[in-house]
Design a binder for this molecule. Sequence first.
Ligand SMILES: Nc1ncnc2c1ncn2[C@@H]1O[C@H](COP(=O)(O)OP(=O)(O)OP(=O)(O)O)[C@@H](O)[C@H]1O
Ligand SMILES: [Mg+2]
Length: 287
Amino acid sequence: MLAPQPAAARPVAPAAGLSSPLLAVNNIEVRYQGSILVLKNVSLTVNRGEIVALLGSNGAGKTTTLKSISSLIQDEEGRVSEGQILFEDQAVHNHDPVATVRRGLVQVMEGRRVLEHLSVEQNLIVASAPIRSASRAQLRESLDQVYGIFPILAEFRQRESGYLSGGQQQMLVIGRALMAKPRLLLLDEPSLGLSPLLVSRIFESIAQINRELGTSILLVEQNARVALGVAARGYVLENGRIVMEGSRDELLGNDDLREFYLGMSADGRRKSFKDVKQYRRRRRWLG
Ligand SMILES: Nc1ncnc2c1ncn2[C@@H]1O[C@H](COP(=O)(O)OP(=O)(O)OP(=O)(O)O)[C@@H](O)[C@H]1O
Ligand SMILES: [Mg+2]
């Protein structure tokens, strides 16, 4: 009779895809033009189904982090010079950005770039190009999914997108990203330049995308308050380094973050701009 093999002696199936994070950024260093060092030792993870916030003030390196993950830094002669970025356990740093989109990793760029002379629906259809194998029925289904999240886009589907308001254009760029069926969406400052009402509308949609489509999201924001309204965890980036990380409650309870990024003093009262002198330039945090 064969003795049962001890568990440790059995070949262990790789845990790929289950226990490992969906995205793992491991100690990356990023340079532009081969010399300008912008990110140093940046590590972060996004698990399946999570919304994670990446917070930081102007020039901290938030956009560079997202573009390193999507490989779009290459357009600006940027390169991951140390460390690695794993998406579903595969290295994706310094890769072909279109192949990265096909893998299910899609970035929404800062600044709402729509194809202004095309209609809303044409913008959405063009954005599905990276997944060319989509049939007409799949295309229809993707459009309906986007229109389900953003009903105003369905109403304006024939409208030239250059005539949309800022908030509607933000919805359209997120909708365009959804057409590529992402498993991980990288969102760069979706609140930028929008009224508080529109910001809350956009963030409701971000939560809905996560909940209903199961899309994981890495959300870059200067507006820590709105970001931590939807994200369960977050990281704070300063001068190209991660200086703080934690759960929503840990971050919201941290005095430094409260004081300097949310404009609240330790006793929970709103701080005035005058009290936060050395951080006055970070006005956008305090909105
Ligand atoms: N193409 C580039 N070439 C050289 N340096 C760059 C380039 N793009 C960005 N940088 C520099 O890298 C640093 C980080 O910029 P990045 O755009 O990543 O910051 P950010 O956190 O997104 O800022 P913001 O909140 O203003 O969007 C800045 O010092 C910036 O000047
Ligand atoms: Mg940026």
